[in-house]
Every structure is written in structure tokens, then in C-alpha cells.
Design a binder for this molecule. Structure first.
Ligand SMILES: CN1c2c(nc(N)[nH]c2=O)NC[C@@H]1CNc1ccc(C(=O)N[C@@H](CCC(=O)N[C@@H](CCC(=O)N[C@@H](CCC(=O)O)C(=O)O)C(=O)O)C(=O)O)cc1
Ligand SMILES: N[C@@H](CCS)C(=O)O
Ligand SMILES: [Zn+2]
Length: 756
């Protein structure tokens, strides 16, 4: 009799209740007790749904008021010294101070969770790091679940991944030295859970899917025997990749079970089927936890046949935590029936897991109606005429290498661009978005509800653009932007206008903290029925004599931040998007826009987890960008922008994108990234971000001058631009104006010293 469980459930709530409660709490409109009430109500609802789906084990410990890695940092009392925590209980103030910073202590760093669009708070380690249980939140949640008769399986990030995913904050300090100390804390944690009657603990060790050096592998050998001694059976969960090469290691560890992801790495199922001991749990992640397509249950059952004889030692689950998918397809009222029949969100995915388990345990006949529905959905998706577009296929077939090449090399383009743009040294610009104010969002919400007509909405957006342009002129910026007021999101906005894309009403996914995204769905061949941004850019250009930068989201980011069709290679979908964007780039140029930015913040995020797979990805990713950018004349300046990632290891590919200018997040790393650009002799213009846009803090002129001086030591002055780290949509106007005023002043100071 196979069992079912889940690795983690989305915590934001079907109506994003958590987001609204967090933001109200931060604004002082909700008390801590009210915030905790909302959290408890959400947990109860989510546990109840999972129980109703028929799961044998329900995750507890996956909830977080900001981030699950930060929860662990609080639980372990690993609070960086700057927050003044002196032991005892990590309260909400300290917890949110770590996440969001305070006037005196900057926030902890946030980075991408593997190759997802979720961001976690990076643990910090020094030789002085101590770990002591300092939060009762997890223990309370366990008791809460028990009081609701929920069969709780506690889920936590495992100790080796916790260390690996953190950062040493002391030069030369090897954080692996902290393992013995950390293990003691984990051991007391497990003992405490044991005391509460917890019967299973799932320790996530997703780093097993990465290329790991020997010392990190040895850390598993050191950790797990000690943890297993505490008396609770441990399920070690891997996901996002193949871990079969670690099977001998995993077998040696005293684990009660392992979880493997056979959606991302189906090939590992046979290896585990043959070699994983029969008397230990094999949890098979069979339903895609990262994407929204409905499972083809018949095909899944065929896949499971090689492990079907494992009885109770076979557990079925989604491939990974459902954090990465929206909560409930039933909340979608506007998707057409056919498309809806192809989809499954978190709740529906649990139903799929349960159906598979029933079929294995009691025979397929007990779920015959569910299987018939699944068959029909799979067949309709395969044969639908909405998926394939002959014109797109023909256009792709006709592409030649020249289509991904600008007419002239950068040195030639640069001269003709400067002749047209006539920019000063150290030109100043911003990354695209200006504050998405409540007025802007309310106007859009009213328009969507039908309470504001189109003319009223257009007028409201135009007035936001007018304001942004006037402010930039007054500030004295050199290359202006229209501010992206009309965009709900830099990916969803384009997804709403492209054929082959669909969008949901309520398909929200947490990106970080209270910030959510609603990834559009790519279900078919992508094409552009009509221009998407040209009217806005043209309008903005009429408001100023300075160059107005057109603003597009690049093909790789469009792919990475959407739910992508799984019936053709991602490379092919990226090319289709690239061609649609190429048309937009050419139309912007024809409309007189001389500078066009094609954002690719997700290019690093899309990099495969294992190095052996990098080259193939980078090759198509770079080609897609070039395809989107190469239809223009030499005198049109193409910018790209990158952020949220570490770029050192893909510099040759960034150079191969051949953008005339790259603006890139560098301020938080104190410009260190530029050393790599310089060492690599990066050939084109660079705008290293001179201030962090994640905090309302207004950086001083001197601070930015210092960073620019640092940049000037490694990058020739004539190739340097001056800009913030990223877009300003999450900021208010007050700090935006003040920071940009300082930034323009910093650029002017540099110009003066350059000519002195
Ligand atoms: C740059 N980043 C992005 C990533 N991924 C994306 N797809 N997009 C990105 O920009 N990944 C990496 C980073 C992550 N950073 C962020 C930063 C900010 C947000 C964010 O602000 N998200 C918003 C939602 C954005 C949006 O869709 N806005 C809609 C409004 C939707 C809404 O909530 N409407 C309300 C009504 C509002 C009102 O009446 O005032 C409602 O429906 O109830 C819009 O502008 O129309 C967020 O609020 O979380 C995300 C990722
Ligand atoms: N143009 C976008 C890029 C964000 S990564 C913005 O400014 O928000
Ligand atoms: Zn950015």
C-alpha cells in the first residue's frame, strides 16, 4: 500500500491573505497578534485541504512569515551581530529586521533559490557563529497541527544545505568548520520534536542536485548518523535534479527514506528502483511541483510500475515543494475550459498524487473516471490547433546565422550611436521602472473591474508617465525612461499581449517576502499579433528632447518567469519569443526610439544546476537574446540589464550577447563583480549599479562617488555608465528622487575630476 505526502504547500493563501497581512503589519495597521492569527488561519486551511486530498503525511514547518530559510536562521538563533540579538527568543522585530533591514542595520542578502524565481534570505556565518534553539514557532506549529489531528511530518532544510546555501562573512573562513556546532543544534531540535511525538522529519538537502566537492559530500556522512540517533525517522529530500550518483552515499547514511524528483530527472527512477533498499522508504516525486500542467496519469502509472511492488515503503508526492505553483485552479473563472482542462495548481496536484496512489493500491478501476479525464486532457492538448502556428514554424526554419548578428562590431556601432545621442561622459540612466504608486495600481485595478473606462485608464497612465519624465528632466538624467507605469509586471505584461500565452486571474506565486508574481502560461507557439510598447514609448519620447529608452523584457527572462510548455524544448520556445521581441525592437526603432533596453535579469537563474549542462543552455540563451536585438541599425543602442544573481561564471556569455550597454547590479558586492569584468576584458559599455534599490535608504553622494572611483580603476572611464542596481517600482517617490539626485551629482563630480 503506497503512501502519499507533500513536501511543502504555498503559504501566501489563495487570495494572497498573507501578503496583505504582512504589508499591513509593516505599515502598523495590524498588530503582531492579528498577523499571527492570519498565519494560523492559513496554516489550518492549508493542512485541511491537504488532509481532504487524502495525504497520509502533511508538511508542518513549511509556513513562514517571510521565508523558510530565515525561519531556520531564527530557529537556530543564527542572528547576525548587527541586529543586536542577545539570546532568548527571536521576536518578530528581529525576524523582520533580518529580512528587511532597519535604519541602522542593512537587511541580510537575498538570493535565488536554485533555478527558481523564489528568493531566500542568505544565512551568514563567521567563526563566532553559535547555534542555539531560539524560536518556538516550529514547536507551536507542530502542536497546532496535532490539535487539528493533522498527521504532521516536519519539514526543514537539512544542515548541510543550510551551511552550503549561506555565506561566510569572514575572509578565508570555511563555514564547514561550523558543522559540528550546527549538528548539535539540529540534534536538540530533533530531540525536542521527538518529545512532541513527531513521527517523521523531512530534511531537505537540495544541494545534492548540484556539483558538490568532496568535503561537502563528507559532511553528509558526518551529519546524518548523529541526527538519526535522536530517534525520529528521517526522510532526506532531494529535488530539482538527478542524485543517483550519490546512491552509495545515501545508502550508507542511516536514513529512513529518500525523496527523489523524477519529473526533473526521470532517469534516476530505475537506478533507485534497482538499488535503494526495499526496507526503506522511497518517496517518488512524480507530479511536477514546478509547473502547472496537468499530469498525464496513465503515463505516470506506467512510470511507477517499476517501484509498484514496494508496498508501504513507496511514498508518492509532488516532485518538490508546491511553493512554486499557484494555490487553486478552481479560483480561475476566466480561463477557457479547454486550457483549464490542461492545468493543475497546488490543490489539484495533490489530487493527482492521491489518484496515483489509489490506482497503485486498489487497481486502476477505482479511479477510472479520473484516468479517463486525464486521458482526454492529454489527448486534447496534443491535438489542439491552438498549440501550433505554421507561420511561426516557417519563420524559425528560415532563420540564418546572420539574423543573430548586428551589422557592425561594437567599436563601429559605438561611434555612430554617440554621433546620434551625443551623451556626456558617465551618462546617467535608470533601469526602467519608477514607483508603482497606489494610484497607479488602483487605476489598473479599477480598469480591470470595469469601474474605469479605457480612456480614463490611458489618461491615468499617461499622467504617471508625464510625471516620471518631468522628474527625470528636472533631476538632469541623460537617458530617460517612461517608468513602466502601465505594466503590472515586466513578464506578465508581455505575456498578456503575445499569442501562445495565457494568463490567470489569481495564479500568484511568492517571489520574496510579501512580493508575489503571476507567471503567465506559455501553452502554444508564441507570436506577436501587434506592437506592445511602441505607443507608450512614442508618447514618452514626445515629452522630452532627451533620448527615451524603450523597455522590453528579454526572451530568456520571459521564458524563465513564465510557466513554460513542456511539450517542446525550452530552447525552441525561447527562439519563438525572441522573434516576437525582435519585431517589437524594430518597431520601436522605426518609431524613433534610439535606445532600447532588453532586460535579462533571469539569464543566470536559468543556468542548469550542473556545469556539464551549462554550455548547451548558454548557447541557446545567448542566441535568443541576439536574435531579439539584432534587427536594428548600428546607430540604435541596445542595452541589457541583469540583477539578482552572481554573474562571474557566465561573463563570456554575457559578452557574447553583444549588448552595447549592460547595466548590472553591483552595489551590494561593493563593485567586486567589476574585477571579473575587467579581468575578462569585457568589451562593451557597463553601468555598474551604484546603489541598492531594495532599501529606502538614500545613499550619500560620496558613497556613490567612491563606488564609481572604484569602478573607474578597472573599467575605462569612457565605457562607464551611472545607474541604480535595478528598477525602482518597489520604492516611493521621496527616496527615489533623493537617491537619483545624489546619483546625478556623483556623475557630475566624476565628470569634473575626469576633465580636471
Ligand atoms: C524583478 N523581479 C521580478 C521577478 N519576476 C517577475 N515576474 N517580475 C519581477 O519584476 N523576479 C525577480 C524580481 C522579484 N522582485 C519582485 C519585485 C516586486 C514584485 C511586486 O511588486 N509584485 C507585486 C505584484 C505585481 C502586480 O502584478 N501588480 C498588479 C497589481 C496586482 C494587485 O495586487 N492588485 C490588487 C489591487 C491593487 C489596488 O487596488 O491598489 C488586487 O488585485 O487586489 C498591477 O500593478 O496591476 C506584489 O504586490 O506582490 C514582484 C517581484
Ligand atoms: N526594467 C525592469 C527591470 C527589472 S529587473 C525594471 O526597471 O523594473
Ligand atoms: Zn533588475
Amino acid at each position: 500500500m503506497s503512501k502519499t505526502h507533500n513536501l511543502g504547500f504555498p503559504r501566501i493563501g489563495r487570495e494572497r491573505q498573507l501578503k496583505f497581512a504582512q504589508e499591513q503589519f509593516w505599515r502598523g495597521e495590524l498588530s503582531a497578534a492579528q498577523l499571527q492569527d492570519t498565519a494560523a488561519t492559513l496554516r489550518a486551511q492549508h493542512w485541511q485541504w491537504q488532509r481532504e486530498a487524502g495525504l497520509d503525511w502533511v508538511p508542518v514547518g513549511d509556513f513562514a512569515l517571510y521565508d523558510q530559510v530565515l525561519n531556520l536562521t531564527a530557529l537556530l538563533g543564527n542572528v547576525p551581530a548587527r541586529y543586536g540579538f542577545s539570546g532568548g527568543e527571536v521576536g518578530l522585530d528581529t525576524y523582520f529586521a533580518m529580512a528587511r533591514g532597519t535604519a541602522s542595520a542593512p537587511a541580510m542578502e537575498m538570493t535565488k533559490w536554485f533555478d527558481t524565481n523564489y528568493h531566500y534570505i542568505v544565512p551568514e556565518f563567521t567563526a563566532d557563529s553559535r547555534f542555539e534553539l531560539s524560536s518556538h514557532a516550529l514547536f507551536d506549529e507542530v502542536q497546532e497541527a496535532q490539535a487539528q489531528s493533522i498527521p504532521a511530518k516536519v519539514v526543514l532544510l537539512g544542515p548541510v544545505s543550510y551551511l552550503f546555501l549561506g555565506k561566510s562573512k569572514q575572509a578565508g573562513f570555511d563555514r564547514l568548520n561550523l558543522l559540528p556546532r550546527l549538528l548539535k543544534a539540529y540534534a536538540s531540535l530533533l530531540l525536542r520534536l521527538h518529545g512532541l511525538g513527531v513521527q517523521w522529519v523531512q530534511l531537505d538537502e537540495p544541494i545534492l542536485a548540484l556539483d558538490l566537492d568532496e568535503p561537502w559530500l563528507a559532511a553528509f556522512q558526518q551529519a546524518y548518523p548523529l541526527l538519526a540517533e535522536q530517534g525520529i525517522p528521517i526522510l532526506l529530500a532531494s529535488y530539482f535534479g538527478d542524485v543517483s550518483r550519490h546512491l552509495p552515499l545515501l545508502t550508507r547514511l542511516p536514513l529512513a527514506g529518500v525523496h527523489i524528483d523524477v519529473v526533473r530527472a526521470p532517469e534516476q527512477l530505475s537506478v533507485f528502483a534497482a538499488q535503494w533498499p526495499q526496507d526503506r522508504v522511497l518517496s517518488v516525486g512524480i507530479v511536477d511541483g514546478r509547473n502547472v500542467w496537468r499530469a498525464d496519469l496513465r503515463q505516470k502509472l506506467a512510470q511507477l510500475s517499476e517501484v509498484a511492488d514496494r508496498g508501504e515503503q513507496l511514498w508518492l508526492a509532488p516532485s518538490c515543494s508546491l511553493l512554486h505553483v499557484p494555490v487553486d485552479l478552481a479560483a480561475e473563472q476566466k480561463l477557457d475550459a479547454e486550457l483549464k482542462s490542461w492545468l493543475a495548481f497546488a490543490r489539484q496536484k495533490l489530487d493527482e498524487v492521491a489518484a496515483l496512489s489509489h490506482a497503485l493500491n486498489q487497481g486502476e478501476s477505482v479511479v477510472s473516471a479520473i484516468l479517463a479525464d486525464s486521458d482526454q486532457a492529454a489527448a486534447s492538448r496534443r491535438s489542439s490547433t491552438r498549440i501550433h502556428n505554421a507561420a511561426v514554424a516557417a519563420r524559425l526554419a528560415a532563420l540564418t546565422a546572420a539574423d543573430a548578428e548586428r551589422d557592425a562590431p561594437f567599436a563601429v556601432r559605438q561611434v555612430s550611436q554617440q554621433a546620434h545621442l551625443n551623451l556626456p561622459a558617465f551618462p546617467t540612466t535608470t533601469i526602467g521602472s519608477f514607483p508603482q504608486t497606489q494610484d497607479i495600481r488602483s487605476a489598473r485595478a479599477a480598469f480591470k473591474r470595469g469601474e474605469l473606462d479605457e480612456a480614463g485608464y490611458l489618461a491615468a497612465m499617461k499622467s504617471a508617465i508625464r510625471l516620471a519624465v518631468a522628474k527625470q528632466e528636472e533631476l538632469g538624467l541623460d537617458v530617460l525612461v517612461h517608468g513602466e507605469a502601465e505594466r503590472n509586471d515586466m513578464v506578465e505584461y508581455f505575456g498578456e499581449q503575445l499569442s501562445g500565452y495565457a494568463f490567470s486571474q489569481n495564479g500568484w506565486v511568492q517571489s520574496y517576502g510579501s512580493r508575489c508574481v503571476k507567471p503567465p502560461l506559455i501553452f502554444g507557439d508564441v507570436s506577436r499579433p501587434q506592437a506592445m510598447t511602441v505607443a507608450w514609448s512614442r508618447f514618452a519620447q514626445t515629452l522630452t528632447a532627451r533620448p527615451m529608452k524603450g523597455m522590453l523584457t528579454g526572451p530568456v527572462t520571459m521564458l524563465q518567469w513564465s510557466f513554460v510548455r513542456d511539450d517542446q524544448p525550452r530552447a525552441l520556445t525561447a527562439r519563438q519569443i525572441a522573434l516576437a521581441l525582435r519585431d517589437e525592437v524594430c518597431d520601436l526603432e522605426a518609431a524613433g526610439i534610439r535606445v532600447i533596453q532588453i532586460d535579462e535579469p533571469a539569464i543566470r537563474e536559468g543556468l542548469p544546476l550542473r556545469r556539464a549542462d551549462w554550455d548547451a543552455y548558454l548557447q541557446w540563451a545567448v542566441e535568443a537574446f541576439r536574435l531579439s536585438a539584432s534587427g536594428v541599425q548600428n546607430e540604435t543602442q541596445i542595452h541589457t540589464h541583469m540583477c539578482y544573481s552572481e554573474f562571474n561564471d557566465i561573463l563570456p556569455s554575457i559578452a557574447a550577447m553583444d549588448a552595447d550597454v549592460i547595466t548590472i547590479e553591483t552595489s551590494r558586492s561593493d563593485m567586486e563583480l567589476l574585477d571579473a569584468f575587467a579581468a575578462f576584458n569585457y568589451p562593451n559599455d557597463i553601468g555598474p549599479g551604484v546603489y541598492d534599490i531594495h532599501s529606502p535608504r538614500i545613499p550619500a553622494v560620496d558613497e556613490m562617488v567612491r563606488l564609481l572611483e572604484k569602478a573607474r580603476q578597472v573599467i575605462p572611464a569612457e565605457r562607464l555608465w551611472v545607474n541604480p542596481d535595478c528598477g525602482l517600482k518597489t520604492r516611493g517617490w521621496h527616496e527615489t528622487e533623493a537617491a537619483l539626485r545624489h546619483m546625478v551629482q556623483a556623475a557630475r563630480q566624476l565628470r569634473e575630476t575626469a576633465t580636471a
